[in-house]
Structure formats: structure tokens, C-alpha cells
Ligand binder design. Structure first.
Ligand SMILES: [Zn+2]
Length: 394
């Protein structure tokens, strides 16, 4: 198949070109190509398919509902919004439930369909600080030193990323074990000061779970001033930073600051989207994590963001990556070709999938997102196949 008259957004900028796809991969990128099966893009943008490495749900489902139906619907919500590859995020829960989610994910990873590809799982919890647990249930938080981690290490084919709070006992040892298995370690939901952060970075942590959200910052302790993860994260070039760019968790000014420090190569937009993503705003209460849990955290949707039932804090976002891309281009003023890296090549690199996805280059999978000049998603293309959007039932 040939995608003709594209404004292709490549690592080297925006180029007017044609893109030829063969066997699901990008075969040629040049002007004046011919193929019987041609789609004329009429000058619309051909961006790499978006990669969302931190999302919890959509279309009313959460990955932790633990059903094939939930996974299929969430991945469809993702592809309807231009995402071609996704990582499923868990929330803090009993280990048996996390293990079940890993199993459900393993099955979904093997399946292909008219929806985003599942790359694996991101464990958000149980190794989080009590203070900055955010919407995670305190009763299920754990300390790395007290666990054998077998449920993660034995599932390294599925688990791609684990969030760890660096000040917890055993955090550096756990980090070393996970990194040894090829799993990315992301720091966040923490209450750490610099002397606690450095050993975990040395042990191999490379990413920050949603910078500025549920993250330590500069404090006075024993008459001494210490920086926290927010400040250290901005200055260490070995660390990438996830950004929930929904204009609520992160205002355009905060996005600009992170971008100024980290650049597009180290800034990664994440949806952190909950089950309310893609649903009508009708004031109803949703559960965080598994539906039907005995003691779930409840949240509601308020003015473009999810908040806990009592309104005391944000529970997560309800915006897909495609809306966040608009926010950082139109509100934070980040140039489009750079902004695209934060939703494609950078997230792909963080979960070590950049050999196959994340940019428009010959040999990579033909995953694209077709955008108009206002950055509305017109089409999602996975391995050269145009994915039909779901009829939204509301
Ligand atoms: Zn999350």
C-alpha cells in the first residue's frame, strides 16, 4: 500500500513525500512512488503511530477488570485516538490481582485485531510511598525489601516497566534485579530526598513516573535543604520524564519547563487515562482499578479531569494522548515535529521497543496516525492496515 502526498513527520522534520508499505513494514520513503493500492493523504500529516506507555483504561473499562473484553475495549479506545502501541498500567492491589492482570495481558499481547497493539504491562504499585500514593489504596502498599519479587521477575516477558519509590527499603536492590531482566524502572509516587534517590539511579532507574504529580520536591530536613525527585529529575540527562499533559495535572508552563530541561528526546507524554476516557460526562462515580472490588477508590469526572469522590486530589486523566499532543503544541508552543517525538520515539525507547516502532523509517512497522492541520486524528494505521473507528455507544 502507498500513502501518497503526505506531510510525513520524521525524526528529521516534516517532509512532503510518499511512503510505501510492504508486508506491514515501511519499505520506501520518497516522492513519486507508484502502487495500485494507493491512499491519497492530500497533504495531511502522516505521523508515527502514538505510543502510550502509561494508561489504565477507557470506554468504561480498566485493565484491572481482568477480562479480555476490558483489554479489547481499552485498546480500541487507544487506536480510535491514534495510538498504535500501548502498555497496560496496573494500580496498587493485592499481588494475586496484579498477577491475574499480567496473565490477561499475556493473552492480549498474542492477539492481533482492529485495536492498538499491547506491548506489555507497567506496574504502578505496590512499591509506592504512603505520602505520595495519590489515588492508590494504602492498604496494599508494600516495601521492596519484604518481597521476593518473583511475580515480576518470572514475568519479564510481559512486565516492561515498574514504578518504584526510591526511599523505600530495598529499592536499589529491586531496581538492579529488574534492570537485569530488561525491565525499565521508573521513579515516582515518592517521598525521597537526594541521598535516597542517587543509589536507585545508580542501580539503573531511567524514567520518572509522571513528573510533578505525586512526586517529591525540595524540602528542609534537619536544618538542611535537599532537592527531591522533581528537581533532580529535571537535571539528570540519564532520566526521561513522563508528563500528563492534560492542562490540569500539568499546566502549559510546567510542560514548557520540563521540555526546556529535558528536550523531546527525554520528555514522554502519557495519558494516565482512567476508565472514564471516551465516556459521556454524566456525573457518575467510577472505580479505580478492578470493578466490583470490595473497597475501591471512587472517582468522578470534573471539567476534563478525574478527581477523587471528595474532590481532594486528581485521580488520573481522562484525555487520550491525541488531545495532549494538541495541548503541548497549541498551549505550550512546542514545535510539532518535536512534540511528535514525545508521543512516539521517546515512549518507544523507554520501553525498549524503538527497534520496531516509534518513527517513520524504512524497516520499522507501518504504524501511523494521520492528522489534519488542527491535529485531529483522521485515521490510525497499524502494520499498514487502516483501523476502523468504533461506533461509540453512550
Ligand atoms: Zn497511573
Amino acid at each position: 500500500m502507498l500513502f501518497k502526498n503526505a506531510n510525513a513527520i520524521t525524526g528529521r522534520g516534516i517532509v512532503k513525500t510518499d511512503v510505501l508499505v510492504k508486508d506491514g513494514k515501511i519499505a520506501r520513503i520518497e516522492k513519486g512512488l507508484f502502487c495500485e493500492n494507493t491512499v491519497d493523504l492530500g497533504g495531511n500529516y502522516l505521523a508515527p503511530g502514538f505510543v502510550d506507555i502509561h494508561g489504565h483504561g477507557g470506554y468504561g473499562y480498566d485493565y484491572m477488570d481482568n477480562t479480555a473484553e476490558a483489554f479489547e475495549n481499552i485498546l480500541r479506545f487507544q487506536s480510535d485516538n491514534g495510538i498504535t502501541s500501548a502498555v497496560a498500567s496496573t494500580v496498587t492491589a493485592p499481588i494475586e490481582i496484579i498477577e491475574k492482570t499480567i496473565e490477561t495481558a499475556r493473552l492480549a499481547m498474542k492477539k492481533k485485531g482492529d485495536r492498538a497493539r499491547l506491548l506489555g504491562v507497567h506496574l504502578e504499585g505496590p512499591y509506592l510511598s504512603v505520602k505520595n500514593r495519590g489515588a492508590h489504596a494504602e492498604a496494599y502498599l508494600r516495601v521492596p525489601e519484604n518481597d521476593d519479587h518473583g511475580y515480576i521477575l518470572d514475568n519479564a516477558d510481559v512486565v516492561k516497566n515498574v514504578t518504584v519509590s526510591p526511599e523505600l527499603a530495598g529499592a536499589a536492590e529491586l531496581t538492579e534485579k529488574l534492570v537485569g531482566k530488561g525491565i525499565t524502572v521508573s521513579l515516582g509516587h515518592d517521598d525521597a530526598i537526594l541521598p535516597e534517590i542517587l543509589p536507585v539511579v545508580k542501580a539503573g532507574a531511567t524514567n520518572l513516573t509522571h513528573i510533578y504529580c505525586a512526586m517529591s520536591g525540595v524540602v528542609m530536613k534537619d536544618n538542611k535543604r535537599y532537592v527531591g525527585l522533581r528537581e533532580y529529575g529535571l537535571i539528570d540527562d540519564n532520566l526521561t520524564a513522563e508528563v500528563i499533559a492534560d492542562n490540569h495535572h500539568m499546566t502549559p508552563e510546567l510542560v514548557k519547563m520540563v521540555y526546556k530541561c529535558k528536550g523531546a528526546e527525554r520528555t514522554c507524554l502519557v495519558s494516565d487515562c482512567l476508565r472514564a476516557g471516551g465516556m459521556k460526562r454524566d456525573g457518575r462515580l467510577y472505580s479505580l482499578g478492578k470493578e466490583g472490588d470490595e473497597n475501591p477508590q471512587k472517582f468522578k469526572v470534573a471539567d476534563g479531569v478525574a478527581v477523587l469522590e471528595d474532590g481532594s486530589r486528581y485521580a488520573g486523566s481522562i484525555q487520550p494522548i491525541s488531545q495532549m499532543l494538541k495541548n503541548i503544541v497549541f498551549d505550550a508552543g512546542i514545535p510539532l515535529a518535536e512534540a511528535i517525538k514525545t508521543v512516539s520515539s521517546t515512549p518507544a525507547k523507554i520501553v525498549k521497543a524503538d527497534d520496531k516502532i516509534g518513527s517513520i523509517e524504512v524497516g520499522k512497522l507501518a504504524d501511523f496516525c494521520v492528522l489534519d492541520k488542527d491535529l485531529n486524528v483522521l485515521n490510525t494505521v497499524i502494520e499498514g492496515k487502516i483501523i476502523k473507528k468504533k461506533e461509540i455507544k453512550q
